[in-house]
Write a protein that binds this ligand. Structure first.
Ligand code: MTE
Length: 314
C-alpha cells in the first residue's frame, strides 16, 4: 500500500480541529486512497460519511493521542502497546454474527454494513474509568439500526458482545502472562443498546478504525466508562439474561455492569470527581476537568435509569 507523505506541520501551530479539517480535505482530494499525516494504521482508508447532530462543541483530542494512548489488552497492557503491537492484526475480511433472540439472525461483512447504514460523523466526549478523557470524532452508525434489521424478539432484554480471539495476531493473548480471560465480552440492556447515542464505530477522524482503536468495528457508549466500548467485535447476541462484562466479572467491587459515568461514586482506589483531558495543555499533555454525571449526556439518558439506585447499580 502506498502511503501519502505530506510535509509535517508543527502541531503546536494548529488546533486539533484545524488538523482534523485539513486531513478531511486532504483525504477528500485523495478520492478514496489510503493515507494520512502522522502514524497511520496499515488499513486506514477514507470513509464516506454524513453529518450528524451528535457533536459536542469541545476541542478535539489530537489524532496522535487518540491512536497512541489506548487500552486494548489483547495487544498488551501499556497505553503504548496497542499502537506498537497491532501491526500484524488483519481486520479484513471480517464477519460479524448477530444472533440469539432475533427473528432474522444474520452474518454481516463490514462492507455490507457500511453500505446499508449511513456512516455518521459524531463528536463524543469519552471518559475512561481510569479518570482520563478524550473528545473523539467517531464515524459510525447507531447500533439500533443494525438491531432493527435482525428484529429482536419480545423476549430479548439484553445484548451481549464478543471480541475476536486471534492469538497469532494478538500478542496479549499468547505467552505466560495473559491479563484477561478471552474473549473480552460486554453487555448492554436492550434499551441502552437501542438508544440513539449508542454507536457502532467503523472509523475515527474520517478514516477506517486503526487496529489499536478496535478495527474494524467497535462499540461506543459515550455516557458510560470506556471499558463498555468493546473493540473488534465478532458477535452480537440478543438474550434474556444480563450478559457478562469482562471487568465486572474480574472485579465486581470495582467495575459495575452499568458503568455509567458518575462523579458521585468513587472507584474504591481513586476519585471519579474529575478527569485528565488528554491532549490539552500541550499536544500530549493534559488538564484536569470536572467529571459530569452520565459524562454530560444526562439530558439524553438519565431517564433510562429512573427509579434505580445508581450508587448500588454502578
Ligand atoms: N475492548 C477489548 N476487546 N479489549 C480491551 O482491552 N479496553 C476497553 C475498551 N474496549 C478494551 C476494549 C477500555 S478499558 C477502554 S478505556 C477503551 O476500550 C479504550 O478505547 P480507545 O483505546 O479507542 O480509546
Amino acid at each position: 500500500m502506498t502511503l501519502y507523505k505530506a510535509p509535517r506541520i508543527p502541531s503546536s501551530e494548529i488546533t486539533p480541529r484545524d488538523l482534523y479539517l485539513r486531513r478531511r480535505s486532504l483525504l477528500g482530494l485523495m478520492a478514496g486512497g489510503a493515507g494520512l499525516l502522522g502514524a497511520p494504521s496499515a488499513f486506514a482508508a477514507a470513509l464516506k460519511t454524513v453529518p450528524s447532530p451528535y457533536k459536542v462543541d469541545e476541542a478535539l483530542t489530537p489524532r496522535e493521542s487518540v491512536t497512541t494512548y489506548n487500552n486494548f489488552y489483547e495487544f498488551g497492557t501499556d497505553k503504548s502497546d496497542p499502537a506498537a503491537n497491532s501491526g500484524a492484526f488483519k481486520p479484513s475480511p471480517w464477519r460479524l454474527v448477530v444472533d440469539g433472540m432475533v427473528a432474522k439472525p444474520k452474518t454481516f461483512g463490514i462492507e455490507d454494513l457500511i453500505k446499508a447504514y449511513p456512516v455518521e460523523e459524531r463528536i463524543y466526549r469519552m471518559r475512561c474509568v481510569e479518570a482520563w478523557s478524550m473528545v473523539i470524532p467517531w464515524n459510525g452508525f447507531p447500533l439500533a439500526a443494525l438491531l432493527k434489521t435482525v428484529e429482536p424478539l419480545g423476549s430479548a432484554k439484553h445484548v451481549a458482545f464478543e471480541t475476536i480471539v486471534r492469538p497469532e495476531e494478538m500478542p496479549g493473548q499468547t505467552g505466560g502472562f495473559q491479563p484477561l480471560p478471552w474473549p473480552y465480552v460486554e453487555g448492554l440492556r436492550l434499551d441502552e443498546a437501542m438508544h440513539p447515542l449508542t454507536l457502532l464505530a467503523v472509523g475515527l477522524y474520517g478514516e477506517t478504525l486503526p487496529n489499536q482503536n478496535g478495527a474494524p468495528i467497535r462499540l461506543v457508549v459515550p455516557w458510560k466508562y470506556g471499558f463498555k466500548g468493546i473493540k473488534s467485535i465478532v458477535k452480537i447476541t440478543l438474550t434474556d439474561k444480563q450478559p457478562p462484562s469482562t471487568w465486572n466479572v474480574l472485579a465486581p467491587q470495582e467495575y459495575g455492569f452499568y458503568a455509567n459515568v458518575n462523579p458521585a461514586v468513587d472507584h474504591p482506589r481513586w476519585s471519579q470527581a474529575s478527569e485528565r483531558r488528554i491532549g490539552t495543555g500541550g499536544f500530549f499533555g493534559s488538564s484536569r476537568v470536572e467529571t459530569l454525571p452520565f459524562n454530560g449526556y444526562a439530558d439524553e439518558v438519565a431517564s433510562l435509569y429512573s427509579g434505580m439506585d445508581l450508587t448500588a447499580n454502578y
